[in-house]
Design a protein around this ligand. Structure first.
Ligand SMILES: C[S@@+](CC[C@H](N)C(=O)[O-])C[C@H]1O[C@@H](n2cnc3c(N)ncnc32)[C@H](O)[C@@H]1O
Length: 216
């Protein structure tokens, strides 16, 4: 699928600045003020059409959620869901994950969700994978100490690569499933891609990792 940013999507995003935050850099270090509470902040990178983050926000009102998506033409679908549900604990950002450290201060985020991230199977595109070490470093610079990444995918190659990348970075593996839908994991919220690929019979891989406590 070829995704170009479309003028109509840009216009729609501009019409709802209360839901898709414009110039998010201005909130660096102040996201709790935006939500008017001290609840933990969980972000999803590559939120796509927003089903996961919207359902999570509905189910967990005491967590603040931020969905991050690069493409305007995709994030407008997440925006539609947010307009319909008007959730005070969910906001969206139309930005590239590469800019995370311009947007969040160290310790502002408690958990990062990576759901069905683009696999970029060619070795020459390795640096674009959201589990590549430079991204793990960016995440460390916005997460709390011992912050977590929860990752799921149907792509076995990306999953294997990511486990090695997490391990080489020194992250601690807390949970792993090689077939999430046939495991005893409770509370799974399906994403759009998850539904599509599990209906084709693909197993869903899932893991939770956390950063090590810094040496004092
Ligand atoms: C394969 S889709 C999965 C969407 C959704 N998470 C799901 O499971 O249905 C991956 C999404 O990540 C977004 N994405 C990829 N790289 C990104 C980046 N660097 N920053 C923000 N979003 C990114 C893509 O635009 C795409 O919408």
């Amino acid at each position: 699928m070829r995704l170009r940013n479309k003028p109509w999507a840009k216009e729609k995003i501009a019409a709802y600045p209360q839901y898709i935050i414009q110039q998010p850099e201005q909130y660096k270090g102040r996201w709790r003020e935006l939500f008017s509470n001290d609840h933990p902040i969980h972000i999803e990178i590559g939120t796509g059409k927003g089903r996961f983050i919207t359902e999570m926000a509905k189910t967990h009102p005491n967590i603040n959620y931020i969905g991050i998506e690069l493409y305007e033409s995709v994030i407008v679908c997440a925006l539609d869901k947010l307009i319909e549900n008007d959730l005070p604990n969910l906001r969206l950002l139309n930005v590239n994950a590469k800019d995370l450290t311009n947007i969040f201060a160290k310790g502002e985020v408690e958990r990062i969700y990576l759901n069905f991230s683009d696999p970029w199977p060619k070795k020459r595109h390795e640096k674009r994978r959201l589990t590549y070490r430079s991204f793990l470093e960016l995440y460390e610079n916005i997460l709390v100490d011992e912050g977590e990444i929860h990752f799921k995918t149907d792509n076995r190659g990306l999953f294997e690569y990511s486990l090695v990348s997490f391990s080489q970075y020194g992250l601690i593996l807390q949970y792993v499933s090689l077939d999430l839908h046939r495991s005893n994991f409770e509370g799974n919220v399906m994403t759009e891609y998850e539904q599509k690929f599990s209906e084709k019979g693909n197993p869903i891989y899932r893991c939770e990792v956390k950063y090590r406590k810094p040496m004092s």
